[in-house]
Design a protein around this ligand. Sequence first.
Ligand code: FMN
Length: 198
Amino acid sequence: MQNKYNVEQFNSIVQNRRSIYPYQFEKGKKIPDEIIWQILENANRAPTHKLTEPWRFRVFSGEGLQHFADLQTEIYTKYAGEKFKEKKLKNLREYPLMSSHVILIGMKRTSEINIPEIEEIIATACAVENIYLSISAYNLGGYLSTGSITYLEETKRYFDFESTDKIIGIFYVGCIETIANPLSKRQPVKEKVEWISK
Ligand SMILES: Cc1cc2nc3c(=O)[nH]c(=O)nc-3n(C[C@H](O)[C@H](O)[C@H](O)COP(=O)(O)O)c2cc1C
């Protein structure tokens, strides 16, 4: 069997993928927009049942980062309610400014084609993994942030999503300064596989 691609390299990209947080980014270092576009092109190749392509991206860069920081601190302050935490607010204010680009990822629900919502969430999650693998290949840092504002109904309105859509998360991207965290652990795959061959 002949490989079409460099599979060793691909395996290495997947096996070394990790979440890297904005406080580990090189401050002020910007990633060229063309690279972000390529990462989004890769996200756009995610599998999608009935080709609904439900992923949507709102990208913030340059002065847009401050705009995004302002928006998410406003949303959190107004609507977090009992879940409000000062520490969280601080991160929402500071993380965008530590990043090169911020990508808010949404799932756009298609009403004309009758497919279960979970399939559109799965397709968008596949797009998220393509982003993770792409930044790993480019040796960039990033992670998907959820909670805080992502599950608040009000957030959708701020980013022009309908109530039937979902905000999946916020992907912070930057250049890596330090990798303080080692690769996160996984339990052996064998514990999760049942293999029936006859
Ligand atoms: C759906 C999803 C939501 C996540 N949300 C958060 C989050 O809100 N905060 C956070 O610190 N990490 C979040 N992460 C990143 C995980 O914490 C991270 O993947 C996990 O610690 C394993 O580390 P690794 O990605 O380096 O393997 C999320 C990951 C996924 C897949």
